[in-house]
Write a protein that binds this ligand. Sequence first.
Ligand SMILES: Cc1ncc(C[n+]2csc(CCOP(=O)(O)OP(=O)(O)O)c2C)c(N)n1
Ligand SMILES: [Mg+2]
Length: 200
Amino acid sequence: MSIEVSSLQRRTVVGAILRQRGDALVVASLGNPCYDVMAQGDRPDNFYVWGAMGGTVPLALGLALAQPGRRVLALVGDGEMMMGLGSLATVAVQRPRNLSIVVIDNEHYAETGMQRAHTGRGVDLVAVARAVGFGQAHQVRTSAELDQRIALLVGNDPGELAFVAVKVGTEPAPMALPPRDGPYLRSRFREHLLGAAAHE
Ligand SMILES: Cc1ncc(C[n+]2csc(CCOP(=O)(O)OP(=O)(O)O)c2C)c(N)n1
Ligand SMILES: [Mg+2]
């Protein structure tokens, strides 16, 4: 069996996407995706989902439905996506045009010690996304392919429901720890979105 080693580095991928995010709301899954987003600079329109593995896409779906005028970008690990796999079907059924999902697929559970995970053992998340009804579902393995998909992910009004899984390597990236206080993150995000109405 041949072993494919991805040439993409997760921080480069997340940096390239976030540099073009505009005013997109970004929701990141626990562990490394949170660190990747933080490494590009903390912002009140970032929401770091600490601990609730499998909950990031459902949270991003709720946000996209509640804020149809804003692009919502969910950045998730492959392990996180596997745990919340059913949420992809719910997203496809709801079909929010302003939601993009990016899987940072290192084929491992890096956060807990780099155990091998499903996507390195034959599970094809893009095929799953297509099967549940995503019209735009793409695999990315190279920087040229990434460049080709960024506009789809952060494109503005009216946007398009999109799923992109990016194969990245497993080399460690420097720690960039976001705030971990849940009530603080929630209030900061709500105030950014709703202003004074956040307190009603
Ligand atoms: C329900 C549940 N099971 C297990 C964990 C432990 N856990 C935290 S992060 C993680 C791995 C996440 O892997 P992935 O989403 O692929 O992110 P990576 O670190 O590889 O980028 C696991 C198993 C958890 N937080 N919650
Ligand atoms: Mg992973």
